[in-house]
Design a protein around this ligand. Structure first.
Ligand code: NAP
Length: 275
């Protein structure tokens, strides 16, 4: 568990559920809960909030033990629209409160993220959300947000993996009390799992490359939400609390940085341009 800037506890490792189809959600959630996950990261955009709500409703775990994050989609930015979208997500998830609610993208050209965040502040003050934050905010977006709003975001969820290591942004966020949460922490799998540097390190600890990358995030104080819909890989990704990477290994992984985003630059994302 890690403490956010408002003293709320969050598990450092959660399950991301982007691209998990509705029909798979219940199985995935059951496997994850059995493996030990207590945090789940979804979004309105993932189209699985309803299925997640249904699955959560059936599991035998106290609500306080779970940490459910969802996100406000770009098309609903603006004060009133945000309040409505939040209530819709709450209903889909069948929850009385949401642990963390995040703005999905800043969409800076549309210039609505301040009033959108002010709606999050209202919901937070009403106790409907335990922690509020943002995703994909660069330093200049955060500067504006911090200057014009009251509640410092608890989290900034950003693309972060060995190939795109946003260390400077992390340092900036930490200086403001904002935790960085890594999305696409495994670079969406694929060729990177064959990287010789990562494979060497993994062999040393008798772990997989995915486990090494997840541990690299955790040891550098990032929250991390790998996605898997495969039962074995869901368990594998959680089995990372029985080894520690050495400082040298961490530096080796840091050095894999090539400054290549796998996805879009947040400055270029506009409301309505992602379906
Ligand atoms: N805020 C944002 O803008 C934003 C953007 C993107 C993602 N996210 C969040 O971050 C979460 C994770 O990011 P992501 O889904 O983009 O990518 P990711 O977690 O880096 O990678 C997921 C991919 O890796 C595979 N994989 C998972 N564990 C593996 C393992 N142990 N060995 C081999 N392959 C493995 C998965 O396949 P299988 O499922 O077949 O195992 C899937 O194809 C998302 O689910 C979402 O919650 C947020």
């Amino acid at each position: 568990m890690v403490k956010l800037n408002n003293n709320v506890d969050i598990p450092e490792l959660g399950l991301g559920v982007y691209k998990i189809n509705e029909e798979d959600v219940e199985r995935v959630v059951n496997t994850a809960i059995e493996a030990g996950y207590r945090a789940i990261d979804t979004a309105w955009f993932y189209k699985n909030e309803k299925a997640l709500g249904h699955a959560l409703n059936k599991i035998d775990i106290d609500r306080e033990e779970l940490f459910i994050t969802t996100k406000l989609w770009n098309d609903f930015q603006g004060y009133d629209e945000t309040i409505k979208a939040f209530n819709d997500s709450l209903e889909s998830l069948q929850l009385k409160y949401i642990d963390m609610y995040l703005i999905h993208w800043p969409c800076p050209e549309d210039n609505l993220f301040v009033e959108t965040y002010q709606a999050l502040e209202k919901l937070y003050k009403e106790g409907k959300i335990k922690a509020i934050g943002v995703c994909n905010f660069k330093e200049h977006h955060l500067e504006k947000l911090l200057a014009e709003t009251e509640v410092v975001p608890a989290v900034n969820q950003v693309e972060f993996h060995p190939k795109f290591n946003q260390k400077e942004l992390q340092t900036y966020c930490e200086s403001k009390g904002i935790k960085v949460m890594a999305w696409s922490p495994l670079m969406r799998g694929g060729e990177w799992l064959d990287n010789p540097v990562l494979k060497n390190i993994a062999e040393k600890y008798n772990k997989t490359v995915a486990q090494v990358i997840i541990k690299w995030h955790i040891q550098q104080d990032r929250l991390v939400i790998p996605k898997s819909q495969n039962d074995n890989r869901i368990r594998e990704n959680f089995d990372v609390f029985n080894f520690e990477l050495s400082d040298e290994d961490i530096i080796e992984i840091d050095n894999l940085h090539t400054n290549e985003r796998q996805f879009r630059d947040p400055d270029d994302v506009k409301i309505g341009d992602m379906k």
